[in-house]
Design a protein around this ligand. Structure first.
Ligand code: AOF
Ligand code: ZN
Length: 370
C-alpha cells in the first residue's frame, strides 16, 4: 500500500465517528510497521480517548511495539491537556519515527504546536497528505476554528413539485427521511427555525433516535424578532433541551414583562440588531452562536428564514429531502427561487444523492473546501 492509501484508510476510520464525536473533530489513525498495518484507532465519542491513543493501544494489544513505526493521522496531534492527555507526548513516548498528518489543527490550543513538538523530538513529520478529504470530513470543525462562526446547514423537505407545505398533509417526506434528519441533528450543536415554523408546526426540535438517550441536545434557536411565539409552544419547554429566543433590540424594551417570564422559565433571550423590515441581523447572530461554541448549525426553516440565509451567502451546506409525490393543488408554500437554485445539484460541490425509502435526499456544499 502507498502512503495515500494508508491515509485514506485512516480517513474512513475517522468517518465512523461522525455523529458521536461532535463538537470534536472525527479523527482516524493508522500505525504501519514493515509495510503492515499494526494499529488502528479513531476518536470514538466526545470526551473519549483521541485517535492516536487508541491506535497505539491497538498496536500494543496486537503484541507489537510501536517504536520505529510510521503513523498516519488525519489531524495534527494535539499537545494540550483537555479531557485527555496530549497525543503529541504519547507519540513521542512510543518512539514513532515518522508521522504523516493530513491537516493541521487550527484550534487555539494546538495551531501547529503539536507538529512542532513532534519535530523537536526528532520525529519526521509530513503534513498535507489527503488534506482536502480530511478537511471535508470535518468542515464544520475547521470553519468554526478558523472563523469563529458556525457551519450552517440549510435543510428542507419538499414535494416533487416544489412545495414545502400542504393544506392537508402534515409530513411531506417519509419516516426514513425524518429519521435521517434526527441523525443530522445529532452532529449539530444548534437547530434554528423561524417563529412562523413554530406557529405552524409546533416542533420539538430535539434529537430523537430510537434506543438512544442522546446526552447533548442541541440548543434550539428561534428567530422571533417581535416575540410572537405562543406561551405553550413545545420549544419553550426547557426540560427537554435549552432554548434561545432571538429578538430585536426594540422588542427587548417593548416586551419586557413577557421576556422576564420566559427567562424565569429558563428560556434564554438574545437581542440583535435588525434591518428596516424588522428582520434579525443574521451575521451578528452567527458571531454570537460561534462565541458560544456552536460549531454546526442546522437551519430547518421556514422558507423566509432559509431564503435570508441563502441570499446573504451564509449557508455552507444544503440538504434537501424530496418526496416522489407532487402536492399539486394541496400545496401551499412553494420553495423560493434561491432555495431552488441552492438545491440544484449543478450548483453544489461534493453533491451526493441518497435514497430514503423512495424519498431522495440531495446534499452538498455551497462552496469548495479550501
Ligand atoms: C487529536 N486527536 O483524535 C482528536 C483531536 O477535550 P479533548 O481532550 O477531547 O480535546 C479536544 C480537542 O482536541 C479538539 O478541539 C481538537 O482540537 C483536538 N481533537 N486531536 O490529537 C483526536 N479528536
Ligand atoms: Zn489528541
Amino acid at each position: 500500500m502507498e502512503d495515500k492509501e494508508y491515509m485514506q484508510t485512516a480517513i474512513e476510520l475517522a468517518r465512523q465517528g461522525i455523529g458521536s464525536v461532535e463538537p470534536n473533530p472525527a479523527v482516524g489513525c493508522i500505525i504501519v510497521k514493515d509495510s503492515e498495518i499494526v494499529g488502528r484507532g479513531r476518536h470514538e465519542h466526545f470526551g473519549g480517548p483521541h485517535a492516536e491513543i487508541n491506535a497505539l493501544s491497538d498496536c500494543r494489544a496486537n503484541g507489537i511495539d510501536p517504536a520505529g513505526a510510521t503513523m498516519y493521522v488525519t489531524l495534527e496531534p494535539c499537545r494540550h491537556v483537555g479531557k485527555t492527555a496530549p497525543c503529541s507526548e504519547a507519540v513521542i513516548e512510543a518512539q514513532i519515527s515518522k508521522v504523516f498528518v493530513a491537516a493541521g489543527d487550527p484550534s487555539e490550543h494546538v495551531a501547529g504546536g503539536g507538529i512542532e513538538q513532534l519535530k523537536r523530538a526528532g520525529i519526521e513529520v509530513q503534513v498535507g497528505l489527503c488534506r482536502k478529504q480530511a478537511r471535508l470530513l470535518n468542515a464544520g470543525f475547521f470553519k468554526h476554528a478558523e472563523t469563529r462562526r458556525p457551519w450552517v446547514i440549510a435543510k428542507w423537505a419538499q414535494s416533487a413539485d416544489g412545495f414545502l407545505a400542504g393544506k392537508t398533509r402534515r409530513w411531506i417526506t417519509n419516516e426514513a427521511s425524518r429519521r435521517d434528519v434526527h441523525r443530522q441533528r445529532r452532529r449539530c450543536q444548534g437547530i434554528l427555525v423561524g417563529v412562523d415554523t413554530v406557529i405552524a408546526d409546533d416542533p420539538v426540535l430535539t434529537v430523537r433516535i430510537e434506543g438512544l438517550n442522546w446526552p447533548r441536545q442541541p440548543l434550539r434557536i428561534v428567530l422571533d424578532g417581535s416575540l410572537r411565539i405562543s406561551a405553550g409552544a413545545n420549544v419553550l419547554d426547557t426540560q427537554q433541551a435549552p432554548t434561545l429566543m432571538v429578538i430585536t433590540s426594540g422588542t427587548l424594551q417593548r416586551q419586557a414583562k413577557r421576556i422576564r417570564s420566559l427567562a424565569a422559565a429558563g428560556v434564554e433571550i438574545l437581542a440583535v440588531a435588525h434591518d428596516d423590515k424588522g428582520r434579525c441581523d443574521l451575521g451578528q447572530l452567527l458571531d454570537e452562536l460561534g462565541r458560544r461554541g456552536i460549531q454546526q448549525l442546522l437551519a430547518e426553516g421556514g422558507r423566509d428564514v432559509l431564503n435570508s440565509f441563502l441570499q446573504q451567502d451564509l449557508v455552507d451546506e444544503v440538504r434537501v429531502y424530496i418526496s416522489p409525490e407532487p402536492l399539486a393543488s394541496d400545496g401551499t408554500v412553494r420553495i423560493s427561487e434561491a432555495m431552488e437554485q441552492a438545491g440544484d445539484k449543478t450548483h453544489l460541490w461534493y453533491a451526493r444523492e441518497q435514497d430514503f425509502d423512495g424519498d431522495r435526499c440531495i446534499s452538498g456544499m455551497v462552496g469548495e473546501i479550501g
